[in-house]
Design a protein. Structure first.
Length: 107
């Protein structure tokens, strides 16, 4: 499976969907992982930390959403991110549906 990790774009959100130790486990079990450039910086994790455990760093979120079969995020997808999701793609994240009726309608 191709797992993608975009950088979080919600205001004041500095976490990242996967940490390098999890990427190591995924790649050791035959999965591919792509991580958007600088996705982990807010959590103190450099791109080189991800590359060292087998992740490919991609330059922008468009590549993550276009290529990944499974997208792993921390926060609910904002409108700009929802537009990038495609049929058949799996999104692993928390959803805050009560506060965002538009997100609920698009789910």
């Amino acid at each position: 499976m191709l797992v993608g990790v975009p950088k979080e774009i919600k205001d004041s959100e500095f976490r990242v969907g996967l940490v390098p130790s999890t990427v190591r486990e995924l790649t050791a079990n035959g999965h591919q992982v792509i991580v958007e450039r600088s996705a982990g910086l807010g959590a103190g994790l450099a791109d080189s930390d991800y590359q060292a455990v087998g992740a490919e760093i991609v330059p922008d979120p468009d590549q993550v959403y276009a290529r990944a079969e499974l997208v792993v995020k921390v926060k609910e997808p904002l409108a700009a991110e929802r537009k990038k999701l495609r049929a058949g793609q799996v999104l692993f994240t928390y959803l805050h549906l009560a506060a965002d009726p538009q997100q609920t309608a698009n789910s």
